[in-house]
Ligand binder design. Structure first.
Ligand SMILES: [Zn+2]
Ligand SMILES: [Zn+2]
Length: 300
């Protein structure tokens, strides 16, 4: 056939022909045509090179994850109703079998608005709980933005880094900076210091180190833009009108949940800083209604 002929003429064609798209699996025990359409829409919205396969049995998910481990980037699981294998267990078994570098999302309308349920799921190592299609598309885009390369081609580029925690390869500096909180926000201080792939320093809180020391130039979190050391700090109390709930932000290295806030830049007004921090840390646009308190600590 024409293809074999082409392959004989140009052997690299065989390599190119091999699909190197990222792969995602959507585990859904009772998937309908509608659910398959939804998965296709996630991939389209993420606008990266990604293919999503819908599977209805845990065995098939695990089997596919094992076979396609080289290009598998994420698994999304429907929480599951009574009588179905629970999505959390399927996600946990993929991470145990293939590795912690697979991004895991529990897709659930009931777990998503329930904070204690979300914490419970996070304690089992699951990365994200949501029922929102736009959030899933963002997560997919972030964990498929680096190229998939066969193992033998990895680590040839000195500007590509491997994650010191899960070992995922081929991340550029920005992708690594985004990867750390996305995958490893709950990683505790490690007994042994881990080596930073960017500056080669050792740190036992590597997630915090990469976040603080290697923000992309010009990014709001890039500390080098701050002309003077941090002297002012603001915290914001945010209450959602619809249900009276307060906003808290998960801190790095399993330090728990705190009010959103952070350093006020030189020359920045406190109200501007308050709004900026809420957007940066929680993705939430807030309307300020007043000033609760100003505290001053004189230093000698
Ligand atoms: Zn990692
Ligand atoms: Zn470093």
């Amino acid at each position: 056939s024409f293809c074999t002929l082409l392959a004989r003429v140009c052997p690299t064609r065989i390599l190119l022909h091999r699909s190197m798209k990222h792969l995602g699996i959507f585990y859904h025990p009772g998937a309908t045509a509608e659910d398959r359409k939804r998965a296709t829409a996630w991939a389209a919205k993420a606008s990266t090179e990604v293919e999503i396969v819908v599977e209805s049995s845990p065995d098939k998910v695990l089997g596919l994850a094992e076979v396609e481990r080289e290009r598998l980037a994420f698994v999304i699981a429907k929480a599951g109703t009574a009588g179905q294998p629970p999505g959390v267990a399927v996600l946990a078994s993929v991470m145990a079998g293939v590795g912690a570098h697979i991004f895991t999302i529990l897709y659930s309308h009931t777990a998503s608005p329930n904070a204690s349920w979300r914490l419970d799921v996070a304690d089992q190592g699951i990365h994200m709980v949501t029922h929102r299609d736009d959030e899933i598309a963002i997560a997919i885009r972030r964990c498929t933005s680096h190229p998939v390369l066969p193992e033998r081609q990895q680590a040839a580029d000195q500007h590509k880094y491997a994650c010191p925690i899960c070992g995922i390869q081929n991340l550029d500096a920005i992708a690594l900076w985004e990867h750390m909180p996305m995958f490893h926000v709950a990683v505790k201080k490690t007994r042994r210091a881990l080596k930073c792939p960017i500056c080669n320093e050792y740190d036992s809180t590597i997630v915090v180190h990469i976040h603080d020391a290697h923000a992309p130039p010009g990014h709001p979190e890039d500390t080098s833009r701050r002309g003077i050391p941090l002297y002012s700090f603001g915290l914001v109390v945010v209450r959602r009108k619809s249900d009276g709930k307060f906003l808290v932000v998960q801190e790095y290295s399993s330090q728990g949940y705190w009010l959103p806030g952070g350093g006020i830049d030189a020359g920045e007004l406190p109200d501007v800083a308050a709004k900026r921090e809420c957007l940066e840390e929680a993705g939430v646009k807030v309307k300020l209604t007043g000033l609760l308190r100003v505290e001053v600590t004189p230093s000698g």
